[in-house]
Design a protein around this ligand. Structure first.
Ligand code: ADP
Length: 404
């Protein structure tokens, strides 16, 4: 048995999960959230298999300090999950962007870090924090292997016709403007799990999967290789999301700058934080609130729900045609895993394409359960699979470690 630690450094949080591999048992997990939001006070939660949850406030000013605190808890004599950090065989880091270079997990070296530093402008809000997280772990565990798994890597398989935008070619050549795609770690896991549920090799399957959380995206995986995805140069493109607009006509930006006098940055901020479900409903970014308000007759909530479905359905149709059909349509993420209403509305009227929802199975498959929600003889398997990026990272780095 080997212990693999997975570290996920987000914009205001650090999460970790400690796995025993190859059993895939979660030995402990924890997070520090609200880093940098309330002065130096952040919430810390820690969960160990044997004795439930510990909670508390800790004082940390940045992600590095948050990681130092988490590691203290990890080796705590009473509540810790390891007696010494040397028990951890590898640390696997979730890294938002691997640029044009990384198509698979990689062992972290100074040279890898230098490359990531060079491409921070591709993900200025997240990549510097990922790098800070890696450096903090290297500082604490200088003798332990560290590996990076990239949210973009799965989409290296996209064909050129799928990752290029129809803009002047030098935008790509000189400035790296292309579709990179995100949620790739999640999609690798969902594809593997879908294949397992169908008991067929992923190389034989055409899979459409949608990861619908706060950020939402969809991808098509044609016989083991991603062939299209909705997020692009940044995670702003594609589906309607909780607070992000998804795709819209870029000419609206200069038009709105001229109309309002607001800067491009300010409008971009609106597209990231005041759009999507929140922007249209004026109520909430949370699909639970939208569904409840729609049931209570809110016209704007009904509109937000309908737009979410309309746009998602459009992409499903496009990917279905792109691959010449689909064996499975997978729902994941907070909305995909918990909203029978969205799943039913998205598949409504799609019997002709083999997407027949069984209402009873659909209603029952919620709260982190995986399952099949299609009718008995449906042509397309409709699957709900809880996203599990941490496990995918643990599998990837464990596999890497074991390879000679
Ligand atoms: P993240 O993308 O931050 O990881 P999650 O995958 O946890 O987020 O998804 C969060 C979203 O899931 C919430 O904003 C909410 O809209 C949605 N959600 C959670 N539970 C339900 C539910 N019961 N019904 C509908 N939507 C839900």
């Amino acid at each position: 048995m080997k212990k693999i630690l997975v570290v996920n450094t987000g914009s205001s949080s650090v999460k970790y999960k400690l796995f025993d591999m190859p059993a895939e048992t979660v030995v402990a997990s924890g997070l520090v959230e609200n880093i940098g939001e309330n002065g130096d006070s952040a919430q810390c939660r820690h969960h160990r298999k044997e004795d439930g949850e510990l909670q508390g406030k800790i004082s940390c000013r940045d992600h590095r300090e948050a990681i130092l605190d988490l590691f203290q808890i990890l080796v705590d004599k009473k509540k810790g999950a390891v007696s010494d950090l040397s028990e951890i065989a590898v640390v696997g880091h979730r890294v938002v962007h691997g640029g044009e270079r990384f198509s698979a997990p990689v062992g972290i070296t100074g040279e890898v870090l230098a490359y990531l530093e060079k491409i921070t402008s591709l993900a200025p809000l997240h990549l510097p924090l990922n790098i800070a997280g890696i450096r903090a772990c290297m500082e604490i565990m200088p003798d332990t292997d560290q590996a990076a798994c990239f949210d973009t890597a799965f989409f290296h398989a996209l064909p050129r016709s799928g990752f290029l935008y129809p803009v002047p070619y030098e935008w790509y050549e000189r400035y790296g403007v292309r579709r990179y795609g995100f949620h790739g770690i999640s999609y690798e896991y969902l594809s593997e799990e879908a294949a397992r549920m169908l008991d067929r090799p992923v190389k034989d399957l055409k899979i459409i999967a949608c990861h619908l959380g706060n950020g939402c995206s969809i991808m098509a995986c044609d016989r083991g290789a991603a062939c299209d995805t909705s997020m692009g140069f940044t995670p702003l493109e594609g589906l309607m999301m909780g607070t992000r607009s998804g795709s819209f006509d870029p000419a609206i930006l200069p038009y709105m700058m001229a109309q309002t006098g607001l800067s491009a940055d300010r409008l971009l901020n609106d597209l990231n934080t005041r759009s999507g479900l929140a922007g249209i409903s004026g109520i909430s970014r949370d699909m639970r609130d939208i569904v409840a308000a729609a049931e209570n007759g809110s016209d704007r909530a009904v509109l937000a729900f309908d737009m979410f479905v309309h746009i998602l359905k459009k992409y499903i149709g496009a990917y279905f045609f792109r691959m010449g059909g689909a064996d499975a349509l997978v729902f994941a993420g907070g909305i995909g895993e918990n909203s029978p209403e969205i799943r039913e509305a998205v598949c409504k009227g799609l019997s002709f394409a083999g997407m027949d929802v069984d209402p009873e199975k659909n209603r029952k498959t919620i709260h982190g359960q995986s399952g099949r929600i299609h009718k008995k003889d449906a042509g397309v398997h409709l699957l709900v699979i809880p996203a599990n990026e941490e496990l995918m990272i643990a599998r990837s780095v464990f596999g890497k470690k074991e390879r000679p």
